[in-house]
Design a protein around this ligand. Structure first.
Ligand code: HEM
Length: 490
C-alpha cells in the first residue's frame, strides 16, 4: 500500500522524474476559465502514464492471487534428486500464484473451472518453476489441441458470451477430456478457497540424483487446511456478492497470521518401468494408481507474505515450466514439451523481453547470461564481454556430471504426426469411470449429477446434448442415465 501518512509528513508530490510537481488539482490554462495548455507536461505525464497502466492480461489464467512464502524440506529424498531445493533441511523462498483458467481479470473467483497452482522457487541453482493445476490430469494429451480447447471455453466470436454449447461440443467430441471433465464437474471444480485445494504437477517429470540415476515423478501438494468445496448455489451467490472471494480469503488469512501450507509428496516410478507400464505413464489424461506408486513426503510450503504491490509482484509474475534446475528434467509428455516453449514466449509478448529483471522473476543468485539489450533492460550483463568465447574472464557453460536430465531413449524412426502408441490400458473412459464409482461417495456422485445437469441444461443444441449424455454413459452408465433423467431425457 502507498503510505497514507505521506501528506502529513509534508512530502511534496513529484513527477515520475522526481521533479516537484506544480499541482495535484489544477491544469495549466489561459486564464482561470480558458483552454488547457499543451505545455502542462505534468498533466500530459499523468494522462500518458494512465493510458499505459495496463499490460495484456494472461491469455489464460488471467484472474488470480499470489503470495510469497517458503518451502522447507522435511524428508530425505537426496537418493532421488540432487536438486538443491529438495536437499535435506533446505529452506527456499518462493512465490505462489493461484488462478482460474477461462475467466478474465475481473471474472468471479467462484466460477467452475480448474484452478492454476503455479510456484516459483528462488533456489541456489536459479529459479525453479512448477506450474501445475488443482487437478492431476488435463483435457488433452497433445498440445496441437490446446488452443482449440481454450477457445471453446472462452467467449463466443459473435456475442462475446461464455457458451455452454461450445464447451460441451468440444468435450463431447474429445473423449480424452473425460477424466478432467469428471474432476471439473465434481467438487474439485469449485474449491471453497485457494487454501482448501490440492496442487498437482499433473505432468510427469524426471528426477536425477547425484550418481546420475533417473526416476519419473509426479508431484502432489496436499493442502494442510483440508480439501473443501463450494456447493454450486453458494458459488453462484458469491459470484455476485464478491468476485474476489478467493483472493480476499487468501490475503485475509495471511494478514491475520493464519498461514496456509501444503505438504509436497511425490509418486516415483523407476526409470525403466515406464517403457512397460500398462498405460502410457506420460499421458496427461491419466493418474498413476497410488497402489503401484505410493506417495513419498518431500516437504512443506507455507505462504506468509502478501506482496506489497499486486501489479508488480502478481501481474508481472512470469511462471514457466521451462525453468528446470539440475536434478529435475522434463519427460516425454508432449504437452509438457510444448509448454516449455509457450510460457517464455508469452512473457516476452505480455511483459517484455527483460521480464526476468522484474522483482518477482529475478533469480536470487547471480545471473551470468550472454544476453543483452532489449526494452527496459536495467541490469548490464555480468559476463565481462557479451560474446563467447572471450578473453576477458567471461563464464563458460559446463555440464555438471550426471545432471543433464533432458535425455531418455527414443525410438529411432520416421518423423510422424500421430497419437502415442497405444498400450493395453490406454482408454479414455476407464479412469474417469473409477473416479465416479470408486472414489466419490453417494453424496459427491449426486452433486456431480446435479452439476452436470445444471451445466448441460444451458446447452442450446440438441445434438450436442445427446452426444454429451453418451459421453457420460461411457464414463459410467448409471451416472449418464441419472444426468439424462435430471434433464428429462431419460
Ligand atoms: C498459464 C499455455 C497447459 C497451467 C498459461 C499461459 C499460457 C499457457 C500461454 C499464460 C501465461 C502467462 O501469461 O503468464 C499453455 C499451453 C498448454 C498449457 C500451450 C498446453 C500445451 C497447461 C497445463 C497446466 C497449465 C497442462 C497445468 C498442469 C497453467 C497455469 C498458468 C498457465 C497454472 C498460470 C500461471 C500463472 O499463475 O501465471 N498457460 N498451457 N497449463 N498455465 Fe498453461
Amino acid at each position: 500500500m502507498s503510505d497514507p501518512n505521506a501528506q502529513s509528513r509534508g512530502e511534496v508530490t513529484t513527477t515520475v522524474s522526481g521533479i516537484p510537481a506544480p499541482s495535484d488539482e489544477h491544469s495549466l490554462t489561459v486564464g482561470r476559465d480558458g483552454p488547457v495548455l499543451l505545455h502542462d507536461t505534468y498533466l500530459i505525464e499523468k494522462m500518458a502514464q494512465f493510458n499505459r497502466e495496463r499490460v495484456p492480461e494472461r491469455v489464460v489464467h488471467a484472474k488470480g492471487a499470489g503470495a510469497y512464502g517458503t518451502f522447507r524440506v522435511t524428508n530425505d529424498v537426496s537418493d532421488l534428486t540432487c536438486a538443491d531445493v529438495f536437499q535435506p533441511g533446505r529452506e527456499t523462498p518462493m512465490l505462489a500464484r493461484f488462478s482460474t483458467v477461462a475467466g478474465e481479470q475481473g471474472s468471479p473467483d467462484t466460477w467452475r473451472d480448474p484452478r492454476g497452482f503455479a510456484l516459483k522457487f528462488y533456489t541456489r541453482q536459479g529459479n525453479y518453476d512448477m506450474v501445475g493445476n488443482n487437478t492431476p490430469v488435463f483435457f488433452m494429451r497433445d498440445p496441437q489441441k490446446f488452443q482449440d480447447f481454450i477457445r471453446s471455453q472462452k467467449r463466443d466470436l459473435r456475442t462475446g458470451l461464455r457458451d455452454n454449447t461450445m464447451q460441451w461440443d468440444y468435450w463431447s467430441l474429445s473423449p480424452e477430456s473425460a477424466h478432467q471433465v469428471t474432476w471439473l464437474m465434481g467438487d474439485r471444480g469449485l474449491p471453497r478457497s485457494y487454501r482448501h485445494m490440492d496442487g498437482f504437477s499433473s505432468h510427469t517429470y524426471m528426477w536425477v540424483n547425484g550418481d546420475g540415476r533417473k526416476v519419473w515423478v509426479k508431484y502432489h501438494f496436499r493442502t494442510d487446511q483440508g480439501n473443501d468445496f463450494l456447493p454450486q448455489d453458494e458459488a453462484d451467490r458469491l459470484a455476485g456478492e464478491n468476485a474476489e472471494y478467493h483472493r480476499q480469503d487468501l490475503y485475509d488469512a495471511i494478514d491475520r497470521g493464519d498461514y496456509p501450507s501444503w505438504t509436497l509428496n511425490v509418486q516415483v516410478m523407476p526409470f525403466e518401468e515406464a517403457a512397460e507400464y500398462r498405460f502410457n505413464p506420460f499421458d496427461l489424461t491419466k493418474v498413476w494408481p497410488h497402489g503401484d506408486y505410493p506417495l513419498i513426503e518431500v516437504g512443506r510450503m507455507t505462504l506468509n507474505r502478501v506482496p506489497e504491490d499486486f501489479f508488480v509482484h502478481v501481474e508481472q509474475a512470469a511462471f514457466e515450466p521451462s525453468n528446470l534446475v539440475p536434478g529435475i528434467g522434463p519427460s516425454p509428455d508432449k504437452m509438457l514439451l510444448a509448454r516449455l516453449f509457450s510460457y517464455p514466449d508469452t512473457h516476452r509478448y505480455r511483459i517484455g523481453v527483460n521480464y526476468n529483471e522484474l522483482p518477482p522473476n529475478r533469480p536470487h543468485v547471480p545471473v551470468h547470461a550472454y544476453s543483452k539489450d532489449g526494452a527496459m533492460r536495467s541490469v548490464p550483463p555480468q559476463v565481462g564481454a557479451v560474446y563467447h568465447p572471450n578473453s576477458f574472464g567471461g563464464p563458460d557453460a559446463g555440464r555438471q556430471e550426471g545432471t543433464d536430465p533432458a535425455s531418455w531413449p527414443v525410438d529411432a524412426g520416421e518423423i510422424v504426426r500421430g497419437a502415442y502408441t497405444l498400450r493395453r490400458d490406454d482408454d479414455d473412459f476407464g479412469q474417469p469411470g473409477s473416479l465416479v464409482r470408486d472414489v466419490l461417495d453417494d453424496a459427491a456422485r449426486a452433486r456431480l449429477v446435479s452439476n452436470v445437469a445444471g451445466h448441460l441444461g444451458k446447452v442450446t443444441d440438441d445434438g450436442v446434448t445427446g452426444r454429451a449424455l453418451e459421453y457420460w454413459r461411457s464414463i459410467d452408465r448409471e451416472t449418464g442415465d441419472r444426468i439424462a433423467a435430471a434433464l428429462d431425457r431419460g
